[in-house]
Design a protein around this ligand. Structure first.
Ligand code: KG4
Ligand code: ZN
Length: 341
């Protein structure tokens, strides 16, 4: 049907969402997700074994849906891309085994993709009114599993400047949310409740970590201890102060990364700040970045909301650029829970 264009089927299964997308070069034709939130809600976090099982049952329906919505027959595809890592091994195995079998049976190139690189490359998707960044830029990935600052020199040349020494920013949102009785994932709910709260009502510590590394476990412990103490005096403390607790916690979690972004941008002379990962949806992070951008003459790139949390379109755009670089993988590439940048 289409000549000289790539028709890429992309599969993402690194964590708790089974996702498939079809891209025609840099354009997204479909972007489908089967969310597993209901399965994990009861446990207050992701149960890896349950995630793998859900991927098994959802992968075929989601891929079928992505092909149908894109109006593409699988015989028209020109490449198959999948998330090689990092992520939960059992989850990654489902997507990679599926992608490998499909590529083998259709005799197509197979393209393994790094999940965190893809969170940043999402900015190269062709979208109306969306401008792509220019290299080099400061990449910031904020998700449930990662918090990284990267000096991005080329699509696949990213130097890690700093990362969290313990919990990821999204993990801090989720764990503190759990302490307040919010259901998993708590990030979006904290964001919503914080709109009605005062970010300066309570104060939590900003850790002092060298270089560009960050830490989120201290604030989590301080938050938990603070609530415990207050509940001794006022049993309904959480209920009464929920909005202010959310606003103050969110303010602190955002300040921790903002300080490091500012430091890295200054020292590496980078004026474009490119955000990726689930926490990129956070309204306080967005607001603070835009305020800083005005002062510092930065240009901030936020992904459209549908490409913010885990999705397969981001795997597809990364694969498009791999194809441009004449890079592809093979059947012996193994899924890796801890894949290096
Ligand atoms: O990138 P992602 O979908 O999955 C991972 O690779 O981890 O990110 C999920 C994380 C969760 O921790 C979730 O609570 C957080 O992103 N998140 C948010 C918001 N939306 C999602 N955190 C704060 N504010 C939000 N609006
Ligand atoms: Zn992610």
């Amino acid at each position: 049907m289409l000549h000289n264009t790539n028709l890429i089927l992309a599969i993402e299964s690194s964590c708790d969402d089974t996702a498939a997308a079809v891209l025609q070069d840099r354009k997204v034709l479909s972007n489908c997700i089967a969310n597993q939130d209901l399965i994990h809600k009861a446990y207050g976090g992701i149960v890896p074994e349950l995630a793998s099982r859900a991927h098994q049952s959802k992968i075929i329906p989601v891929v079928t849906q992505a092909l149908t919505e894109a109006n593409i027959d699988k015989k028209e595809l020109t490449a198959i891309a999948y998330t090689q890592g990092p992520g939960l091994l059992g989850s990654l195995l489902v997507g990679s085994a599926f992608a490998k079998s499909l590529a083998l049976s259709l005799d197509l190139p197979l393209i393994p993709i790094h999940h965190m690189q893809a969170h940043l490359l999402v900015h190269f998707i062709e979208e109306k009114n969306q401008k792509s960044p220019q290299f080099p830029f400061l990449g910031v990935t904020v998700s449930g599993g990662h918090t990284q600052l990267l000096w991005v020199k080329e699509h696949f040349d990213m130097e890690l400047l700093g990362t969290t020494l313990d919990d990821a920013i999204g993990e801090a949102f989720d764990k503190c949310g759990k302490r307040m009785g919010l259901s998993y994932p708590a990030g979006p709910e904290i964001d919503r409740l914080a709109q009605k709260g005062n970010p300066h009502r309570f104060e939590f510590p900003i850790p002092n970590v060298n270089g560009y590394d960050l830490s989120y476990s201290g604030v989590k412990t301080a938050f938990t201890n603070f609530i415990h103490k207050q509940e001794q005096k006022e049993p309904d403390f959480i209920k009464v102060h929920l909005n202010n607790l959310c606003a103050s916690l969110q303010y602190t979690l955002v300040q921790i990364i903002l300080i490091k972004i500012e430091k890295a941008a200054l020292n590496y002379n980078l004026k474009q700040i490119v955000i990726g990962g689930g926490v990129a949806a956070n309204s306080e992070l967005r607001k603070q970045l835009y305020l800083k951008a005005k002062k510092k003459d930065w240009e901030v790139f936020h992904p459209p909301l549908s490409y913010t949390t885990d999705n397969a379109a981001m795997i597809g755009i990364a694969a498009y650029h791999k194809l441009q670089d004449k890079q592809s993988g093979n059947l012996s590439n193994s899924a890796q829970a801890r894949l290096k940048m």
